[in-house]
Design a protein around this ligand. Structure first.
Ligand SMILES: [Mg+2]
Length: 179
């Protein structure tokens, strides 16, 4: 992917939650006992991200050319650069600053995604990866479990979703979020 490709206004988007898809019970249990109750300092936040789950996000990016837009609560206390650094440290192959963005913080995740889509009108392919279904429609949602995190089956589903444009951009999410 060239720098121009990275900045393409119609580049597909993975709206990505962290706690659930990338930080999950099976991974935390495999680490030091009690880590799930430990409040991490700075760099240690990376340790909570399962590298196998992060690699699966990388596979979705490779297969579709998508970039990541972080929807996780982590962005309430971290800059976009910090979020990207944590993902990179756990193995996500980021090639450009344009590979990672974030939604605005309003307190309502559907509103936050809608606001981001409104500001990026050329984007017509996106997937939401979140362990909580919230209000978005099932045709754009990949919903890993807190128990297992992002799986290979989730990768296949995300790639299939990203192959299908919404018409017009954002309309599917809006229709579901309105309810
Ligand atoms: Mg979550």
């Amino acid at each position: 992917m060239t720098a121009d490709d990275a900045r393409a206004p119609d580049r597909p988007v993975i709206f990505l939650d962290f706690d659930g898809p990338l930080t999950h019970a099976r991974y935390l249990a495999s680490q030091l006992p009690g880590v799930e109750h430990h409040s991490p300092q700075d760099e240690e936040w990376s340790d909570r991200l399962d590298p196998a789950a992060v690699a699966r996000v990388g596979r979705i990016m490779e297969a579709t050319g998508a970039r990541v837009v972080v929807i996780s609560a982590w962005r309430q206390t971290m800059s976009t650069g910090q979020l990207a650094r944590h993902l990179r440290r756990r193995g996500l192959p980021l090639r450009s600053a344009y590979d990672v963005d974030r939604t605005p913080v309003t307190g309502d995740r559907c509103e936050e995604i809608r606001a981001w889509l409104d500001a990026h009108a050329m984007v017509d392919r996106f997937v939401v990866i979140d362990d909580e279904p919230r209000a978005w429609g099932p045709d754009r949602l990949v919903c890993p479990t807190w128990a297992e995190g992002l799986t290979d089956a989730d990768v296949d589903r995300a790639v299939a979703i990203l192959a299908a444009p919404t018409v017009p951009p954002g309309v599917v999410l809006r229709a579901y979020a309105a309810g």
